[in-house]
Design a protein around this ligand. Structure first.
Ligand code: COS
Length: 384
């Protein structure tokens, strides 16, 4: 349900203050420790941030897509590791259930996901199935009232902390494509489920990924999302369409933060007797960044509103993800350039953002996959 304007403004103000006063001062520490302090998780739970996208009847805030992207703009103004902690509960870790789950599955898990008691994750990618998600090999063999899972999932965000895994596995071995895949809920601690060591990543320290292994891991047959086999790939695609808008919004927020920092630095830093902001070549970088971030903000808001109005925004979500994530890469690159030597030195945090944002062009579908999705949809529409 949409919030009234005043409640929405209050929520945005609260989150904006929380980001400025609590999260920004911890950025260095989180990167150093590769961990988010426990009290921050508690404060995020108290603010309801784990359940932004979960319907109110299941204990979430039940935000519309437009409201969620507005919050994501604010959350983007700090290290993305903070956003990542709540990211899977609001996005890929919960939305399979929200979109396609049975009432019983929703009642069982969504309230705990919304409160942050459960950390939920999304296990699609495998060592040999990334962009070609439909080729996944993890199997779920029906055995009486159970499914028995075998296989390995890779780079699974928040898996080290998770107690609920939405696992995409092949329930029909005779169908090697998308139609043979089902989405299955596996609770943490189920025998046969194990985790690899945390991956050593280029950036986003404080956000964790690892391999997830299944070895004769038995779950009840009722754990299949929606109660029907063969729908899992479509569930994954619907979840990703939505997630791509959220990631686009986070990219806008980070770009705006970097532009603010770059402008502040350019005004303060003096060379040749005046602040470097007075030099037109620096102004060009600032102006290009501002223009691109504004364009991305408008795209994300438009696509979110269309989704709220009931439109299928698969194409628009792809356009937003492609543009906004590439945009934030360029903005981060210019931020390093404007900061000069200081941009390359860890103390200023700019190089950390430069590394952190690199991931956005890769996960939840690479830029190349977005191009493919956009063009395929265009061709399909033209032919229909
Ligand atoms: N919403 C609903 N259904 C969708 C859909 C969407 N956005 N996209 C595809 N489908 C359906 C198709 O309609 C098709 O159904 P039918 O067989 O009934 O016609 C089915 O799903 C298979 O779709 P398609 O044939 O397009 O699948 P492909 O194997 O060609 O792959 C891409 C499509 C490449 C787009 C997909 O594999 C993809 O998005 N890959 C990237 C995966 C990704 O983002 N990974 C990130 C990991 S999670 S962090």
């Amino acid at each position: 349900m949409a919030l009234d304007q005043e409640t929405l403004n209050q929520l945005l103000d609260t989150v904006s203050r929380f980001v400025r006063e609590r999260l920004v001062p911890l950025e260095d520490k989180v990167a150093e420790d590769d961990a988010i302090p426990d009290e921050i998780r508690g404060e995020m739970r108290a603010l309801g941030l784990f359940g932004m996208s979960i319907p109110e009847e299941y204990g979430g805030l039940g935000l519309t897509m437009e409201e969620e992207v507005r919050l994501a703009f604010e959350l983007g103004r700090t290290s993305p590791a903070f956003r990542s902690m709540i990211g899977t509960n609001n996005g890929i870790g919960s939305q399979g259930l929200v979109i396609d789950g049975t009432d019983e599955q929703k009642r069982r898990y969504l309230p705990k996901i919304a409160s942050g008691e459960i950390i939920a994750c999304f296990a699609l990618t495998e060592p040999d199935a990334g962009s070609d998600a439909a080729s996944l090999r993890t199997s779920a063999r029906r055995d009486g009232d159970s499914y028995v899972l075998n296989g390995t999932k890779r780079y699974i965000t928040n898996a080290p902390e998770a107690s609920l895994f939405t696992v995409f596995a092949r329930t029909d071995p005779a169908n090697p494509g998308a139609g043979g895949v089902s989405a299955i809920l596996v609770e943490g601690g189920t025998p046969g489920l194990s985790l690899g060591r945390n991956d050593r990543k280029m950036g986003q320290r404080g956000a964790h990924t690892c391999d997830v292994m299944f070895e004769d891991c038995r779950v009840p047959a009722t754990a299949i999302i929606g109660g029907v086999e063969g729908q899992g790939f479509k569930t994954a695609m619907k979840v990703l369409d939505r997630g791509r808008l959220h990631i686009s919004a986070v990219s806008v927020g980070i770009a705006e933060r970097l532009i603010r920092d770059s402008l502040a630095y350019a005004l303060e830093r003096k060379q040749f007797g005046k602040s470097i902001a007075e030099f037109q070549l620096v102004q060009a970088m600032l102006a290009d960044s501002r223009t691109e971030a504004y364009a991305a903000r408008c795209m994300v808001l438009d696509a979110a509103r269309r989704r709220d109005a009931g439109e299928n925004v698969g194409t628009e979500a792809g356009c937003c993800k492609l543009f906004a994530t590439e945009m934030v890469g360029r903005v981060a690159d210019r931020a390093v350039q404007i900061h000069g030597g200081a941009g390359y030195i860890a103390d200023y945090g700019i190089e950390r953002f430069y590394r952190d944002v690199r991931l956005f062009r890769i996960y939840e579908g690479t830029s190349q996959i977005q191009q493919l999705v956009i063009a395929r949809n265009m061709i399909r529409e033209a032919r229909s």
